[in-house]
Design a binder for this molecule. Structure first.
Ligand code: GAR
Length: 220
């Protein structure tokens, strides 16, 4: 009898909003050679449209509403319990708009990936598109990074750039950045699931070598 094939990596995705990145990951995971299965989608927002996208794809969902918890520690404790239940190899934050506690992030070191709509280290936090416009930036974009205790400050795996045009508004930049997000995130998640990308002691390792600069998909 043939030995069982080694189990495919399991991804758990956390969302708070629309779920367009979730949708991109669902579609990627349906490709025959995609090296991972999405085992669950969790949200801190019961009404997040992303949850309907997950349900439509027959992916189990859970909701941990942050308003029901007295502190960040309690919320993160409940979230951790739910994550452990699914035993994922990788936790993918896809528009998950909660700041996680240091203990939570440390416990999942190297297993937590985030996507952020700016060319980090520029513009951590919110309103990244308007801030890029206000600064007169000619290049803007998106970063995928490992989550560490520093908000939006963990080691960056890859970025995709977009050119900022004279007519761009925060809304058009958001659209252009999101189109790049939907390309970049499935690629980086694939690399993580294939074991090509890992978090080393201080920096990202790509195929076992320290990555001194993020990989960049340039603006075309
Ligand atoms: C994405 O643009 C993502 O980069 C951003 O939220 C959006 C979620 O969209 N994340 C952050 O700002 C995290 N700091 P989606 O729900 O359609 O995927």
């Amino acid at each position: 009898m043939k030995a069982d094939p080694s189990p495919r990596p399991k991804i758990l995705i956390l969302v708070s909003g629309e779920g367009s990145n979730l949708q991109a990951l669902i579609e990627a995971s349906r490709e025959r050679d995609y090296p991972a299965d999405i085992v669950a989608v969790g949200s801190n927002q019961a009404k997040a449209p992303a949850l309907a996208k997950a349900a439509h794809a027959n992916i189990p969902t859970f909701v941990i509403e942050h308003g029901r918890y007295g502190s960040r520690d309690e919320f993160d404790g409940a979230l951790m319990q739910e994550i452990r239940r699914h035993n994922p190899d990788l936790i993918v934050l896809a528009g998950f708009m909660r700041i996680l506690t240091e203990g939570f992030v440390r416990a999942l070191r190297g297993q937590l990936l985030n996507i952020h709509p700016s060319l980090l280290p520029k513009y951590t936090g919110l309103n990244t598109h308007q801030r890029a416009l206000n600064a007169g930036d000619k290049l803007h974009g998106v970063s995928v990074h490992f989550v560490t205790e520093e908000l939006d400050g963990g080691p960056i795996v890859a970025q995709a750039q977009i050119a900022v045009g004279a007519d761009d508004s925060a809304e058009t930049l958001a659209q252009k950045v999101q189109a790049q997000e939907h390309v970049l995130y499935p690629i980086v998640v694939r690399w993580c699931c294939e074991g090509r990308v890992q978090l080393g002691a201080e920096q990202v390792l790509f195929d076992g070598q320290a990555l001194h600069q993020p990989l960049v998909l340039p603006a075309n």
